[in-house]
Design a protein around this ligand. Structure first.
Ligand code: NAD
Ligand code: UFG
Length: 334
């Protein structure tokens, strides 16, 4: 297939481009580089030994998108482009709604005009809000989000559902990611957060290489086995492979489908710290701090639907994720 990848130089997009090229799909990346860099394209070419067409385009730029789509006929679009920092979204809600929602609307309008009715969308487990129990399956109701970023995901899902209802020619996979971490084994691509990381793993790797003094563990009084928050961490390469498998929805013209992409296992913050220390033979100093506002106690997937219908399941262990995250941080530093 010829696939338009928005946000393809970002963390998850870049790993997905590798897996798409490995399966001999043709890929074109667009990204405005607001949270990634052009060197990712060079590194993708090193990893895959293939040319990777890249265009610096903002998805809100209708004219530029139209030019691209009128010249290339895309079979499918995998849509990663978006802003994703939870804290920042509370400070700058209008920027988030404009970038993520308006950006998606412009993209959909152009895809529709050029007869590309096939889309895979990066959604998030955040749309479940605070689930009534775990593991969470796709029949769980969507919940109340605690920040504008989360609402953009929830609202875009609704827009896509409405679009499919209005025009069943659309085939759409809504992929709800749990907590992606890890990096490509080459150490050439990985997550590159700006400033102080919000997420657990990039903070841990920065402590590990001495960039930060210690980790703050946000709360040890949750109703979880050791009191710290429990999440479903998934290796980004497994997540990327899930996108290749989700192309089945497009190939078989299955309409709108929703899948959780997680491992099905929950690990606590303390388990992640201990595993990281063990596999990388490095100490992670930490201090217990109060709970972070908006956090829930536990969140992990029932990933059976993706296994049964797409033949996908995550293969990497927490050990692999810790090893590859550290390897990426070390490469980045040199
Ligand atoms: P990322 O920031 O690394 O990648 C997103 C890419 O989109 C970046 O390269 C950025 O420059 C680009 N971008 C942003 N706005 C754009 C615009 N208007 N036009 C063109 N390009 C634009 O983030 P990621 O972790 O790779 O996430 C990819 C997608 O998955 C996002 O939509 C994110 O919300 C979603 N998601 C991420 C996580 C996670 O924990 N990383 C979890 C659930 C869902
Ligand atoms: N945590 C710490 N210290 C830190 C950072 C995180 O103790 O410095 C804890 C959190 O309290 C939580 C766990 O580590 O218990 C995971 O936190 P992350 O910030 O890494 O991830 P979240 O589950 O809060 O959120 C992430 C993404 C969201 C996405 C969600 C579900 O940031 O965008 O996963 O996919 F919506």
């Amino acid at each position: 297939m010829k696939i338009l990848v928005t946000g393809g130089t970002g963390f998850i997009g870049s790993h997905t481009v590798v897996e798409l090229l490995n399966q001999n799909h043709e890929v074109v990346i667009i990204d405005n580089l607001c949270n990634s860099s052009k060197t990712v394209v060079k590194n993708l070419e090193k990893i895959t030994n293939k040319k990777v067409p890249f265009f610096n385009i903002d998805i809100r730029n209708k004219k530029a998108l139209e030019e691209l789509c009128s010249e290339s006929k895309f079979d499918c679009c995998i849509h990663f482009a978006g802003l994703k920092a939870v804290g920042e979204s509370c400070q700058k809600p209008l920027e988030y709604y404009d970038n993520n929602i308006n950006g998606t609307l412009v993209l959909l309008e152009v895809l529709n005009k050029y007869n590309c009715h096939n889309l895979i969308f990066s959604s998030s487990a955040t749309v479940y809000g605070n689930p009534k129990s775990n593991p969470i399956d796709e029949t769980f109701p969507k919940g109340t989000c605690t920040n504008p970023y989360g609402w953009t995901k929830s609202m875009i899902e609704q827009i896509l559902i409405d679009l499919h209802t209005a025009n069943p020619d659309w085939n759409i996979a809504l992929l709800r990611y749990f907590n992606p971490i890890g990096a490509h084994k080459s150490g050439l691509i990985g997550e590159n957060p700006n400033g102080v990381p919000n997420n657990l793993m990039p903070y841990i790797t920065q402590v590990a290489v001495g960039m930060r003094k210690e980790l703050s563990v946000f709360g040890n009084d949750y109703d979880t086995p050791d009191g710290t928050g429990v999440r479903d961490y998934i290796h980004v390469v497994d997540l990327a492979k899930g996108h290749v498998k989700a192309l089945k929805v497009i190939e078989k013209k299955q309409g709108l489908k929703i899948y959780n992409l997680g491992t099905g296992h929950g690990y606590s913050v303390m388990q992640v710290i201990k595993t990281f220390e063990k596999v990388n033979n490095v100490k992670i100093p930490y201090q217990i701090k109060p709970r972070r506002s908006g956090d829930i106690a536990a969140c992990y997937a029932n990933a059976q639907k993706a296994f049964k219908e797409l033949g996908w399941k995550a293969e990497n262990t927490l050990e692999d994720m810790c090893r590859d995250s550290y390897n990426w941080e070390i490469h980045k530093k040199n």
